[in-house]
Each structure stands twice: as C-alpha cells, then as structure tokens.
Design a protein around this ligand. Structure first.
Ligand SMILES: O=C(O)C1=C[C@@H](OP(=O)(O)O)[C@@H](O)[C@H](O)C1
Ligand SMILES: C=C(OP(=O)(O)O)C(=O)O
Length: 409
C-alpha cells in the first residue's frame, strides 16, 4: 500500500486519540499468563506482534512463526526451552532470520536447554525441545539486546530454584529489563537488580492478579512529533497513560519540552500541548535507554530545521531493519545531510525540504510512523505503509482523525 500524505488544513490541532496497549508490556504479560493461568490482562495491544505472541503460546508442536516480532522471538525461545513435552521450530520473517539470538541460546543451553539451529548458527529458525531446566545460574553479555535478559527473567520464577543472572558488559535498554522485573513484582515474585546482578525467586503459583497494560509510549512518540511541528495552541490528548510508567519511552515527556511540547497528566491520559516555539537549533540525546524513539526524534528535528546528535544507537542496526542506514537514506531524500557511525547519528540543521519524495519503510513500522508527521511540512509518499501494523494497526486512521490528508495511490 502506497500512501500520499499531506498536511491537515488546520495546524492548530485539538483532538483525542485512544492508543492501543504497549506491545512490550503485552508480550511479557501474555507469557506470564501462560506460566501462571490465574493472571488476567487488560488493555492488550492489538498489534501484529501481540497477535503472533498470543498464537505462539497456544502451540506445543510444529512450526511457530512470529514474523517480524523480536520480543515474541526472544520470549518464546525461553518459554519453549523450559516447557517439558513441547517441541517446536520457532521461526520468523527473512529479517528475523538475520537478527542475532546466539547470546540467548547460549545462556539457555548453559541452564540445560536443548536448542538447535535449523539454518545458520546464531540465528533463527530454532528447533527447541522443551526440558525441565534444573540449573539456576547464568551469565550473559548485556550490550546487544535486553530482550535476551527479559526472556530469561520471564521464565525465572517457574524454575525450581529461580534464577541468578550475571550481566557482562554495559547494559543496554535498561528500562525494558526494569519493566520485566516490575511485572514480576506485580504478580508477587521477588526480584533484585544490583549492579550487574539480577536475582529472581521461584514461585509455584500466583494468586488472581490483573495486569493492566498501559498504552504504548513508543506509539505516543508520533503524536509528540506532530505536536512539535504544529502551531502553538495545539492540544492532543492520548489515553491511557500514567505518570509512573514502566515504559522507558515515557522519557518523551521530558525530551519534547525541548521541542516546545508540554505534557499534562490527568485521569489516565496525557495532554500534549504545543506551548512555545523552539529556540535551539541543535539538540543532543543519548538514547541507549530509549532506542525506539530515535527515528521519531530525528524526523522531528528535520521537520523543525533543527540539527541533532543522537548517541547510544548501537542496537539500531539489528532491529527491524538497519535503522541507522535507513534513516540516513530516507532523511537524505528530503535533502538532509546525515552522518552515521556504529552508534550515533548527526543531522545538520536545514530549512528547506525536497518535494516529490517517496519514503521507503524496509518492513519497519517505525520508519513509516516516524516520517508520517513530516506531512505537516511537505507532501510526500510512504511506500508499504501497511508495515505500521507491527505495533500500531490504527496509525493511519488516527492521523486521518487529526485532519491529515491521506490517499491510497
Ligand atoms: O523488551 C522489549 O520489549 C523491547 C526491548 C528493546 O529492544 P533491545 O533490548 O533489543 O534494544 C526495544 O527496542 C524493543 O522494541 C522492545
Ligand atoms: C525494535 C522493535 O521491536 P522488536 O525488537 O520487538 O522486533 C521496535 O518495535 O522498535
């Protein structure tokens, strides 16, 4: 699906949008529910990633295909490895077969798991023969993906002795690890995280608990970007959010103050208010704790003619696409000068945007969604726009509700 995007007629937007549940909280909660059936979940994500996770958890034999969902791939690897009697081949899209999983496989093997590579060593698909895992101590590198750590933590309470993890090297995407631990605490599991050591106590059963999934903060980022590019006086209300979030991307409320957007928390929602014009012409952020909002911020800067230097982006090359390369190419189509290295991106401030651009999305929902708000500044085309369903299927409809002109080509 190719979409032609152009700006709303009125750039002082006043609207409310309900956003689907966090895919990260959803996929953790679903796994915990599979282990402890007394758990109930509210505000589940309607995303593709949530759906493949839900479906995957119902299988005990044969092939389980999780498409592009990194969390489902990593979390189900730990789950199936620890389920005696289940035997599956866990696979995903072509891109998923290029996203590394060796660190997790080695860690699980050291706990006694039986996992074989079906094709290339270190990458999905995986043949997993579930076993009762007896050991409880494991150490693993922590600088590649926090999802490996969360995968282990999620099964930890179901092991007879719980788990002790030693994290090696600099820990990346830390808020996602803390989110996993917080959800374990919510179901009554004892955990501790000190320095590079995490401990999780075993738990035989969980009393009836309801996990209420907060809406997705990474999805909210696109509305922060819209508010930033709109006229002063714009107010966009998003639900359901809370001030003490488990999601690291809630740092958006702080970051977007630099773009003139204030956040007011009230009654389970946030109000994004474009309160003032931006004064800076260069901004710098370390996003190692919030990698999923890097694309949004880079595009906001482009739209506002602000230069930026974004660091802590070492995980971007192994996400849905190589996001550093993809950003350089697609920002470049609008005339931007972008330098990248293995962990950073630098965008030069510029005031003019090229027209007649078609943005490619590389099977990456965030490439499509990050560029969407830029229609406030220039008309352009988005290729393969349906990719948004990975985390936010209603994205284009919600943009239409804000007044964006969106037509299928
Ligand atoms: O645990 C999670 O839910 C996630 C962790 C992050 O991945 P990395 O830890 O690989 O950076 C993030 O990018 C991803 O969208 C979701
Ligand atoms: C990196 C992402 O997803 P995952 O790793 O779960 O595929 C994302 O949603 O930006």
């Amino acid at each position: 699906m190719r979409l032609q995007l152009s700006s709303p007629n009125n750039k002082k937007i006043q609207k409310s949008i309900a956003i689907t549940g966090s895919k990260s909280e959803t996929n953790r909660s679903l796994l915990l529910q599979a282990l402890f059936p007394n758990i109930k979940i509210e505000n589940l994500s309607n995303s593709d990633d949530g759906e493949v996770m839900q479906k995957g958890l119902t299988k005990s034999q044969g092939e389980v295909d999780i498409h592009h969902a990194g969390t489902a791939m990593r979390f189900l690897t730990g789950y199936f490895a620890s389920q005696e009697g289940k035997e599956v081949v866990l696979t995903g899209s072509q891109r998923m077969q290029e996203r590394p999983i060796k660190v997790l496989v080695e860690a699980l093997r050291s706990l006694g798991a039986d996992i074989q590579y079906v094709k290339e060593e270190g990458y999905p698909p995986l043949k997993i023969t579930g076993k009762k895992l007896i050991k409880s101590s494991v150490s693993l590198p922590a600088n590649i993906s926090s999802q490996y750590i969360s995968s282990l933590l999620l099964i930890a309470p179901s092991l007879q002795n719980g788990m002790e993890l030693e994290l090696i090297g600099k820990i990346t995407s830390v808020p996602y690890i803390k989110m996993t631990l917080a959800l374990l605490e919510q179901i009554g599991v004892q955990t501790s995280f000190e320095g590079n050591s995490i401990k999780v106590a075993p738990k035989e059963a969980v009393e009836g608990t309801t996990l209420v999934v907060e809406s997705d903060w990474s999805s909210a980022s696109y509305f922060y970007s819209i508010a930033a590019m709109c006229e002063v006086g714009t107010e966009i209300q998003l639900s359901s959010y809370k001030q003490s979030s488990l999601q690291g991307d809630s740092v958006l409320a702080k970051i977007y103050r630099d773009f003139g957007v204030d956040t007011v928390f009230s009654n389970n929602s946030i109000l994004l208010k474009k309160a003032r014009e931006v004064k800076s012409n260069h901004l710098e952020y370390d996003l190692s704790n919030a990698p999923d909002i890097a694309q949004t911020i880079a595009v906001t800067c482009l739209g506002l003619g602000i230069g930026c230097h974004l660091t802590g982006l070492h995980t971007l090359p192994i996400k849905e696409t190589d996001r550093l390369a993809a950003l350089q190419t697609e920002l470049g189509k609008f005339g931007a000068t972008v330098d990248i290295d293995s962990e950073s991106l630098t965008l030069k401030a510029q005031s003019q945007l090229n027209t007649g651009v078609a943005v490619d999305t590389y099977n990456d929902h965030r490439m499509a969604m990050a560029f969407g708000p830029l229609a406030l500044k220039a008309d352009f085309v988005v290729n393969d726009a349906e990719v948004v369903s990975k985390s936010y299927p209603d994205f284009w409809n919600d943009l239409k509700a804000l007044g964006f002109h969106i037509g299928e080509l």
